[in-house]
Design a protein around this ligand. Structure first.
Ligand SMILES: Cc1ncc(C[n+]2csc(CCOP(=O)(O)OP(=O)(O)O)c2C)c(N)n1
Ligand SMILES: [Mg+2]
Length: 376
């Protein structure tokens, strides 16, 4: 069975942008009917902007400005729909390619660039209000699911869910991948989340690949089916349909905030780019697979939907211009970033002074001094 013929699938927009809800989507339609034209246009704009940023960052890596870049190309709808469903007081725990998620919450894209340039081990301060409770990127697969569950347990202990106050009750969303779903941390996080009934959404972006390992190798069963074993409901959604992603996330988050406990969402999507700029996907996947997913492009789908509703051509050209300006601004600011003093590499290895670090730091200083005044 392919994702598109699974009867459990929630999808609202067909790949050509026509409004064609699946039977499982019916119960979500009131949430979609409630969206204004401005909100629908915002979803589209969000996706176009993050794609422009992502392409710019990929190019910057190729130009030697970044050490690495993990592209979000193709996963825009899954990310935009879910993050637009969150309320300001919710907390979001990304993995490492959730560029739409964190920037929509307010993180400056240059702060992601700084991580991938090797200038910082953190990137941004999740407690700074301007970052919208977007937590930092986590490259250790699955560890963020434990962080999120821990945060969710804190919300339970503090009475910050199920109190009936919609402004105070909060939820957490954690993003992870199909490969990470095999990591022990994810299972521990799900056990604790269900035991403590954390207000939490486990948002799995199944982009079909874990570097070169296809999802079929990760699991004999559909990944969303695992949720039942922990005692939580789950929803399978077309992750290339921003409306469906929004609606399933909104309902799950509203229920979690209201005290309904954790839920799982599996968003079927596709990593249209490389795993990272260190990867060459032509070595392990076929071009016909890539082409079949290109026909389900999330941005083209939403554009066709908006055009069908009569959106003006000027709207699309304005969004394109805004995206180009957004990406240009990132490029200009990246080129101004500079680097780090090499000696700073010793500063954050241990919290206390350490004799080995002192010795290595001295070695580097002596080595650099040996070039001063001309080589012997
Ligand atoms: C604990 C751990 N094991 C292995 C790795 C190496 N690694 C980095 S990304 C990756 C694949 C992740 O695939 P998936 O969870 O599907 O996320 P995607 O990259 O597809 O978004 C692996 C194995 C790691 N970063 N952390
Ligand atoms: Mg994956």
């Amino acid at each position: 069975m392919t994702p598109s013929d699974d009867p459990a699938l929630v999808r609202v927009l067909a790949a050509d942008g026509t409004f064609a809800p699946t039977p499982e989507a019916e119960r979500f339609l009131p949430l979609i009917d409630a969206l204004t034209d401005a909100e629908l246009e915002t979803f589209y704009r969000d996706m176009v902007l993050v794609r422009a940023f992502d392409r710019q960052a990929t190019n910057l890596q190729r130009q030697g400005q970044l050490a690495l870049w993990p592209p979000s190309y193709g996963q825009e709808a899954a990310q935009v729909g879910s993050v637009r469903a969150a309320r300001p007081q919710d907390h979001l725990f990304p993995s490492y390619r959730e560029h739409a998620v964190v920037t929509i919450r307010g993180v400056d894209p240059i702060d992601i660039i700084r991580v991938m340039r090797g200038l910082t081990h953190g990137g941004w301060d999740p407690t700074d209000p301007k970052n919208g409770n977007a937590h930092i990127y986590t490259l250790v697969l699955g560890s963020q699911t434990l962080h999120a569950t821990g945060y969710g347990m804190g919300l339970v202990f503090d009475g910050r869910c199920g109190s009936g106050d919609p402004e105070r009750d909060a939820a957490v969303v954690v993003y992870y991948g199909d490969g990470a779903s095999s990591q022990g941390d994810v299972h521990e996080a799900m056990v604790f989340a269900n035991t403590y009934r954390t207000p939490q959404v486990f948002f799995l972006q199944n982009n079909q690949w874990a570097i070169s390992v296809p999802v079929a190798t990760q699991s004999r069963a559909p990944l969303h089916a695992r949720a039942a074993g922990y005692g939580m409901p789950s929803t399978l959604v077309d992750g290339n349909d921003v409306l469906a992603s929004y609606a399933v996330s909104k309902l799950a988050l509203d229920e979690a905030r209201a005290g309904g406990g954790p839920q799982a969402i599996e968003a079927m999507t596709y990593r249209m780019g490389a795993h990272t700029t260190s990867d060459d996907p032509t070595k392990y996947r076929a071009s016909d697979e890539e082409e079949s997913w290109a026909r389900r492009d999330p941005i083209a789908r939403m554009r066709a939907f908006l055009e069908g509703r009569g959106a003006a051509a000027s709207f699309f050209s304005e969004v394109d211009a805004a995206a180009a300006a957004y990406a240009d601004d990132v490029r200009v600011r990246t080129n101004e970033l500079g680097g780090l003093e090499p000696s700073s590499m010793f500063a954050h290895v241990y919290s206390e002074p350490h004799p080995l670090m002192a010795q290595q730091s001295q070695w580097l200083a002596d080595y650099e001094a040996s070039f001063e005044g001309g080589a012997a």
